[in-house]
Design a protein around this ligand. Sequence first.
Ligand code: SAM
Length: 258
Amino acid sequence: MQIKAKKYFGQNFLKDESIKNKIIQSIPDSKKIVEIGPGLGDLTHGLLAKCEQLVCFEIDSDLIEHLKSRFSHELEDKMQLINADALKAWGELSKQPYFLAANLPYYVATNIILKALRDKNCSGFVVMIQREVAQKFCAKNAEQNSLSLLSCLYGECELLFDVGPECFEPAPKVTSSVIKLIKNKEPDCDIAGFESFLKSCFAAPRKTLAKNLLAIAQKERILRIFEQLGIKESIRAHELNLALFLKIFDEVRDAKRQ
Ligand code: SAM
């Protein structure tokens, strides 16, 4: 069966064998692996050797037919194939502990990574995404941003290697990167609240942090918190570490409750 890639599902199929092998090698052996968007099944094939159980979520029913015939044998045993939008089927995706592996469609990559971070059943991920977004998740020091700080709550997000457009069919317009995060801690703060707090902190990165915080707290309160924590009023969000962001977050919330 001839399969035509669908742009609206973000279909860029990975064709380069050595990149496929590099991705598979970077994935730890796991009891259960979830793959989002198996596509034509090329990564899927390598993932089967890495786990006891592989569950794949694919949105495109045309590809489901192809995958059913390619993996007819495995589907009787250790593999499960679900025709669904992974974002909508997250409850089913996250029934038991799992490791996430994917060559993600660009249009939903950030949302899927954020969901995986928040999901207690997800022990970590190796995913290929657009390089620009990968650099955001893995940024450090002066480059840090809300996505890199959120990742740091769970572990270290590493950019493993870049993958050029020529490795895909059809070739995307941008370079991709493979990133890896193994969760080694579980934050005990209100994650949804902290995510929205970080968005405010980085809303206008050139402005001072205090000015950005004016959107969610009063000036006197912000200056009092900064003084208590020994933070200069002129500081910008990229200059502050995660521990201090968490402290300011707590203080701002306490002030709102009073
Ligand atoms: N894994 C294959 C590979 O590496 O060649 C395909 C990767 S392609 C970039 C993205 C895949 O995700 C496509 O098969 C696409 O149909 C599927 N997809 C797109 N949106 C999805 C969604 N919301 N839920 C599940 N699969 C999705």
